[in-house]
Design a protein around this ligand. Structure first.
Ligand SMILES: [Fe+2]
Ligand SMILES: [Fe+2]
Length: 237
């Protein structure tokens, strides 16, 4: 097998001495991040089919396929980091792809899902990765998180571009579906989000945000960035 056959191989993080009691929690936490990145590859695969089904313009398709490749790289970087803490190479195994994963292919439903997963989720992802990079004491981890933040910001921008096109194309039914989905997601966000897990403050120097930091950041980004961006969208028509 060549290095290309592995999900994640990094030689070592020599600059970061890891207290032995943190190795397992770090392997687990980075492993979960890696699995989320791995699932994002499928999300963009699904999005490319949705775009085709709603007749989206080619520039959006190009950027969607590029984004899927970014996610392959993110998964590989995160598995590599998790593998260092685990002391062995790690990978995802088969992804549990639901036969009905494609969901509705009507424009309002596709736009609503993109508003939540892309405009909201990816924008939060950018800020989380930036904050985790800023607090990381390992240059290799910081570099990986900086790459992830840069790519996720392109993905968020792609979602906003699609949403603009979808609302211009789909009119009031699409706008209403997006508005409803965003309101529901924001209400859920105020409870800390479905993925708020307890990540210990001790993992912060190794690029993992604690649950408390994540909640604070989430509230701030929703209020300062995402809320105003949607307000602007509603004001446009
Ligand atoms: Fe990613
Ligand atoms: Fe992404």
């Amino acid at each position: 097998m060549s290095a290309e056959d592995f999900w994640g191989l990094l030689p070592t993080l020599s600059e970061t001495a890891v207290p032995p009691e943190l190795a397992q929690p770090l392997a687990q936490s980075w492993g979960e991040a890696a699995l989320a990145e791995h699932a994002s590859i499928a999300s963009f695969g699904r999005f490319s089919l949705q775009l085709l089904a709603v007749g989206a313009p080619p520039a959006l398709l190009v950027d969607t396929h590029r984004a899927a490749l970014d996610e392959v790289e993110h998964a590989r970087m995160c598995f590599a980091i998790a593998g260092i803490f685990a002391g062995e190479p790690l990978g995802p195994g088969p992804l549990a792809v639901e036969p009905h994963a494609l969901g509705s292919l009507e424009l309002p439903a596709v736009a609503a899902a993109t508003a939540v997963e892309g405009c909201l989720g990816e924008t939060l992802g950018v800020h989380e990765a930036e904050e985790a990079a800023r607090l990381s004491e390992s240059p290799a981890i910081r570099a990986a998180l900086t790459t992830i933040a840069r790519d996720e910001s392109r993905h968020a921008e792609l979602a906003w571009r699609f949403l603009g096109w979808a609302i211009a194309t789909g009119g009031s039914a699409t706008r209403a579906a997006v508005r409803e989905a965003v309101a529901a997601a924001l209400a859920q966000g105020e409870q800390g989000g479905p993925n708020a897990r307890a990540i210990d403050e001790q993992l912060v120097p190794y690029g993992r945000l604690s649950a408390a930091r994540r909640r604070r950041l989430r509230r701030e980004v929703l209020e300062r960035v995402i809320g105003p961006a949607f307000d602007e969208l509603w004001a446009e028509g």
